[in-house]
Design a protein around this ligand. Structure first.
Ligand code: FAD
Ligand code: MLT
Ligand code: ZN
Length: 496
């Protein structure tokens, strides 16, 4: 990142610089030593300043880790009154540079707010602090026969508050729906220190504007989410996982059509990845168990969740037989037990880690109509070849080594990733805005599930009209009139 490409990255002088008096106030609110991390503990401060991809780095001099909503309120009110900019941070697994400071903003981490508040075993409604880690919640629910309605590769670190703030999609959205449907209410703290309940933990509530929806995907720009009530489904009694090899993307679409027809109500995931993704996983992750060795350009991972194993097995048998008879798939394997199922999932879930290990990893997350999903990858390969950065014949001799596609096929969500020898301005400029123009041409979205953060803020107009962005700015000013929350991100710079 360079300041000339992102002119809005200059530090905004409206924000006050941190002083010793500020630190003293923070320590008077959060009494525990571990709750306020200052610059005299640089090793502890460092991880809060750098994002998961090690691409975005800030220079915050203080991290606040309150334990209660009341503490969050006191801290935020003070910051608002003193014009101190604040970055809310969850598990810091976000992939668009939204969770770390750009300059010296204060990091307000939800790490220490991790209590489960209540669970109703009849309705499945869970209420918990925003800092609860997704996997911890899912394990807790498993003991009660329930599950979290979302799952993602970052589950071991990401927090439910961060998931809600980014409107994370993940691996089973096609079955269990988006957080816009499953989140029933939340507790938020506004910059003026008000603690507000946005709704109630009820399935039905038609009383006024549904303000919680605004906070889902607001990426820390409106307020701090301190608690979430979410509807959790029963854990399925029967789970099946299959991996299939397919020779064309048209074939992948055929498999999807069959899955919707023959697996219908039990289909819980439909993921795809290309051949290069699989090779990178094999290269970087030890002991990968390939379920079959036939090499095909595309792979599909299908999961079913149901309540009767015999019924599900029968449906899967018909589905697989139809695919074989029609010659839609080249090869395939059905997991025979939970270990094999986990092995198949781990191939899909370690693609992100494998790409990150390649060096510079340019990540793009987009939606386009399903028939165009993979052509976006091919168009990008052509483009980078035409400017001499990429060798389409697969020799990995260009500075861009790989241009790959994978993602949540069932949701029309592609993760286009490029790996290179390092970050470079000319590579950046070969990709952007070219890619955003392609997405616009297909009537797609420049962010399907990862959000805007710092990375996509300047390009919002490729997906949203001027009038829409103006309305967004108006809403921001209602909740955060002094603009202290997560500045420099989410909105295109006004000077553009
Ligand atoms: P952070 O990264 O800490 O923050 C993300 C944003 O939310 C920031 O703007 C931050 O300011 C804001 N924020 C965080 N907590 C709060 C809060 N309590 N109140 C207000 N604002 C807050 N994403 C998907 O959608 N689908 C996937 O399948 C997926 N898989 C992933 C796999 C891997 C390996 C990794 C590293 C990331 C993946 N992600 C995925 C991206 C990321 O995990 C999600 O966006 C996740 O929801 C972020 O949660 P977090 O707690 O880490 O939030
Ligand atoms: C995924 O689907 O694996 C995630 O969104 C992470 C990524 O895009 O790398
Ligand atoms: Zn994803």
């Amino acid at each position: 990142l360079t300041a000339d490409r992102y002119p809005h990255l200059k530090r905004d002088t409206r924000y006050k610089a941190l002083t010793d008096e500020d630190i003293a106030f923070f320590k008077s609110v959060i009494k525990s030593d571990a709750g306020v991390i200052t610059a005299d503990r640089p090793d502890e401060l460092e991880p809060f300043n750098e994002d998961w991809m090690r691409r975005f780095r800030g220079q915050s001099k203080v991290v606040l880790r309150p334990k209660t909503a009341a503490e969050v309120a006191a801290l935020l009110k003070y910051c608002n009154e003193h014009r101190l900019a604040v970055v809310p941070q969850g598990g810091n697994t976000g992939l668009v540079g939204g969770s770390v400071p750009v300059h010296d903003e204060i990091v307000l981490s939800l790490q220490n707010m991790n209590e489960i508040r209540s669970f109703d075993e009849v309705s499945g409604i869970l209420t918990c602090d925003a800092g609860c880690v997704l996997e911890v919640l899912d394990n807790w629910l498993a003991e009660r026969g329930y599950m979290m309605p979302l799952d993602l590769g970052a589950k071991g670190s990401c927090q439910i508050g961060g998931n809600v703030a980014t409107n994370a999609g993940g691996l089973r959205l096609l079955r269990y729906g988006s957080l816009h449907g499953t989140v029933l209410s939340m507790e938020v703290v506004l910059p003026d220190g008000r603690i507000v309940e946005l709704g109630q933990p009820l399935r039905k509530d038609n009383t006024g504007y549904d303000l919680k929806q605004l906070f889902i995907g607001s990426e820390g720009t409106l307020g701090i989410i301190t608690a979430v009530s979410i509807l959790t489904p029963r854990r399925p009694k029967a789970v099946n996982v299959a991996m299939l090899g397919v020779s064309t993307f048209e074939g992948v679409q055929e498999v999807f059509k069959h899955a919707k027809g023959e697996l219908n109500e039990i289909l819980s995931a439909f993921e795809f990845f290309d051949h290069t993704c699989l090779n990178l996983v094999k290269h970087h992750i030890p002991n990968v168990r390939e379920p079959f060795t036939t090499q095909t350009p595309f792979y599909v991972l299908i999961e079913t969740n149901g309540s009767n194993k015999d019924h599900d097995d029968e449906k899967l048998a018909v589905f697989l037989e139809n695919l074989m008879t029609e010659g839609v798939v080249e090869d395939g394997a059905l997991a025979q037990d939970s270990t094999q199922a986990a092995g198949m999932w781990s191939i899909r879930e370690t693609i992100t880690e494998s790409l990150a290990k390649e060096g510079g990893n340019y990540k793009y997350d987009l939606s386009v109509p399903v028939p165009h999903l993979y052509s976006v990858v091919e168009e990008m390969q052509e483009r980078l070849a035409s400017v001499g950065l990429f060798d389409k014949n697969g020799s990995a001799t260009g500075r861009v080594k790989h241009v790959v596609g994978f993602g949540h096929m069932g949701d029309g969500n592609l993760h286009l990733n490029l790996t290179s020898t390092g970050w470079a301005k000319d590579i950046d400029e070969a990709i952007e805005p070219f890619l955003y123009e392609i997405i616009q041409k297909h009537g797609g979205s420049i962010s399907a599930e990862h959000g805007l953060g710092l990375m996509k803020a300047p390009y919002l107009q490729y997906s949203k009209s001027e009038a829409f962005i103006e309305l967004m700015r108006s809403m921001k000013s209602v909740f955060d009139p002094n603009g202290i929350l997560n500045p420099y991100k989410y909105f295109p710079p006004l000077s553009k």
